[in-house]
Structures are given as C-alpha cells and as structure tokens.
Design a protein around this ligand. Structure first.
Ligand SMILES: *Cc1c(COP(=O)(O)O)cnc(C)c1O
Length: 386
C-alpha cells in the first residue's frame, strides 16, 4: 500500500495538505494511513514497474508517504533521511572537491561543525558571512559552488532576504540551499522564492513531539532529487520506518501546533521585551526586530522560536534551573516549550553569553509566562547583587 501521489487535489490550503497528503487511495476496507512497512527487501519482479528490490536504494512505502506530503507542501521532490544532519551532508556531498561554500555566520551549530570539518579535511573552503547584510553575501557568492542559507537562523533569529539572496546565488551559478527548519513549510516556501533545495530537520517542528530523529531534502528539480536519493543509497543515511511514520503523523497536526506555539511566542516576546531583567528579545514578529519587514514579506507567520538575553551566562543558567513548566533541554519544535543557553555549545563565540533560546510549545500562555516571570525574578536579583 503506497501513498497516492495525485490524491491531493490542487489548490488546497497548506493546513489541509498536511492532513490529506501522503495517504493511500480510497479503497474500501484498507487503512487511511500508509502503514509502518518493516522491510529490507522485496519480492523480485520482471517489469520496469517492479522497481522496489532493496529498501536502502528503492525506499519503502512508509518513507515515500512522508516524502509525498512534505514535497507537496514545499513544492518540490522530497527525499527523507535519517536526520537533519544527514540531509545537509547529502547536499554537501554533491559538491566537487575543492568547492567554495558561502554559509551563514549564524546557523545551526552542527552544520557549522560539518562545514569546518570538511574545510579541515581539504574537501572545501567556507566563507561564513552575515546573511542580514545582503550586499556582503552578493559579493561573497561570486565563484562559489554552494550558497547555504538559514532563516530565521538558529539561535540568533536573524532574517535573510531569501528572494534577493537566492537570485544572487543563482546568478553566480551556485547551488542555493535553505535550511527551513525554523519556519516549517507552512510559514515559508524557499523553492518558490528561488532556492534549489530545502532541508528540514523533521526532528523538530514536523515531528513535533521530541520522540524521533529524521530529516528531509526537497529539490525543485527532479534530477537534483534523484542525485540526493542516490547519495542516500550510497551513504546509507536512510530514515527508520517508525521515525518516518511518526514524522508524518506529527505533520498531520503541524498547522494546529504551530498556530498555538506561534501565538504563545508572539505574546511571550512582547512581555519579555518589557521585562527589566531582559536586555534584548530576538523575535522577527516584534516590529523592532531588524528583519521584521523582510520576514513579513517572505513568511506567512513569524514562527514559534525566540531568543532573549539576560545579564550573563550564570544568570541564564540560573533561569534554566528555575523554570518548571518550560523544560530545560536542547532541541526545539516540540509541543512542550524548551529553553537552553546556546553559548554553552562549542564554537559559538558569536552568541551572546546570556542568550537563551526558547522554543515555545502549546501550553497555556499564562502558565508559560508565570513560569518565566517567576524564574526571571530571582535570576535578576542574583544577577545584580546591588
Ligand atoms: C536540529 C537542526 C538541524 C539538525 O537536525 P538533526 O535532526 O538534529 O540532525 C539542522 N538545522 C537546524 C536549523 C536545526 O535546528
């Protein structure tokens, strides 16, 4: 039983697509969802149609259901991977030896480490640039093979001008990749704004419940998708059956979860912005955010992640210890709110020491605010003994 590629009528809203896409055709007595298919190999056949032989190279119906749904949302051809990092690595593996990469100064730290690692091995050269400075990126991309973008960025919530930067990358002949994990396919569709390939850590908002690791690439061109699928087969970075099933199950409620998380994030951003112990709030939905206009032009919402700054790292750590409803943990995009001081990660000198990243979940806003406000109280006093 496989997902029906044509089952979703055109012109539906994304909130409906997350629910309808990637399902089997309507057959009496058959299930509504593509089941968890546990298979390494399939019965051999004799025709072109019988292409499914071995799952590492030929996929399983469970992975394909997830790919169909996310592909429809992003407007491209999706390939599911074992993690977000595996998806990013597959894109980097397409580059020729000695390639030049232009990448964000602020991006997911694991991607930064992967880029640095490849540079150290002599695989490529990397220019890390501030994506908020469009002219700087436009100048840097000349002669580059890959322009890697991430917006909103993790953890500084920087906003990159996607139409302008994608155009610059394509003009320079570079492949343009966008990490769309923070925005999700519901708030931003980079392929429509000029990107060649989008990646998601489906571990985060798409999965939505902090119970799986997986990733996905979505390419505008079928040929690029085929190259990525080939990479997946060679590297063996295939999704797990249960993980792919859970990621699609999570996707079904993405619109609902995001609506609540985003409304909560906007309200917390406004309140934190007024709090005397908070020196800066970074949330693109705040009118004072430097990327507010750009985000408003290219996104249909500002997302459910924000960052805010307190006096210093010890103050931030005390706040993490003091929250009870909000979970002190890494990662993001779950139904539960999570908070973390990101400067504690390696090679994050550009991150202010007292910066806390807050992924806002679906709890009641008053419970979230009371938790934060109470935690901020003692943190302020301890941070400022005078
Ligand atoms: C978490 C994350 C990744 C890496 O994804 P994994 O599923 O942990 O491998 C990549 N990009 C962003 C923006 C992330 O937040």
């Amino acid at each position: 039983m496989t997902a029906d590629q044509s089952a979703t009528p055109a012109g539906l809203h994304p909130e409906t697509v997350v629910i309808c896409a990637g399902r089997p055709g309507h057959t009496a007595s058959e299930p509504l969802n593509v089941p968890i298919v546990l298979a390494s190999n399939f019965h051999a056949g004799s025709t072109e149609e019988d292409r499914r032989a071995y799952s590492r190279t030929d996929a399983t119906p469970t992975w394909e259901a997830l790919e169909t749904a996310v592909g429809q949302l992003e407007g491209g051809h999706a390939v599911a991977f074992s993690s977000g990092m595996a998806a990013v690595a597959a894109v980097l593996d397409l580059l020729p030896a000695g390639a030049r990469i232009v990448a964000p100064a602020d991006c997911y730290f694991g991607v930064g480490e992967l880029l640095a690692d490849g540079q150290q091995q002599g695989r490529w050269a990397v220019d890390r640039v501030d994506l908020t400075e469009t002219a700087t990126v436009q100048a840097a991309v000349t002669g580059a093979h890959l322009l890697w973008l991430e917006t909103p960025s993790n953890p500084l919530l920087d906003i990159a001008d996607l139409p302008a930067l994608c155009a610059a990358g394509r003009h320079a002949g570079a492949l343009v990749g966008v990490d769309n994990t923070f925005a999700t396919p519901l708030l931003q569709q980079p392929l429509a704004l000029g990107a060649d390939v989008v990646v998601h850590s489906t571990t985060k908002f798409i999965g939505g419940h902090s119970d799986l690791l997986s990733g996905i690439t979505i390419a505008r061109e079928q040929t690029l998708a085929e190259r990525l699928r080939h990479r997946r087969g060679l590297s063996g970075a295939t999704p797990g059956a249960l993980e792919a099933f859970l990621a699609l199950r999570g996707l079904r409620t993405l619109a609902l979860r995001l609506e609540r998380g985003q409304a909560n994030a906007a309200e917390l951003a406004r309140r934190l912005d007024q709090h005397p112990a908070v020196s800066r709030v970074r949330y693109p939905g705040l009118p004072g955010h430097p990327g507010h206009q750009t985000a408003a032009a290219q996104m249909t919402g500002f997302g459910a992640v924000l960052a805010f700054e307190v006096a210093d790292a010890p103050t931030a750590d005390r706040l993490c210890d003091a929250v009870h409803v909000i979970v002190h943990a890494t990662s993001l995009g779950g139904v539960e709110s999570t908070i973390e001081r990101r400067s504690k990660l390696p090679d994050q000198e550009h991150v202010p020491p007292g910066l806390l990243r807050l992924s806002v979940g679906c709890e009641h806003i008053d419970d979230l605010w009371n938790d934060l406000n109470t935690a901020l109280g003692p943190a302020t006093r301890l941070g400022n003994p005078a």
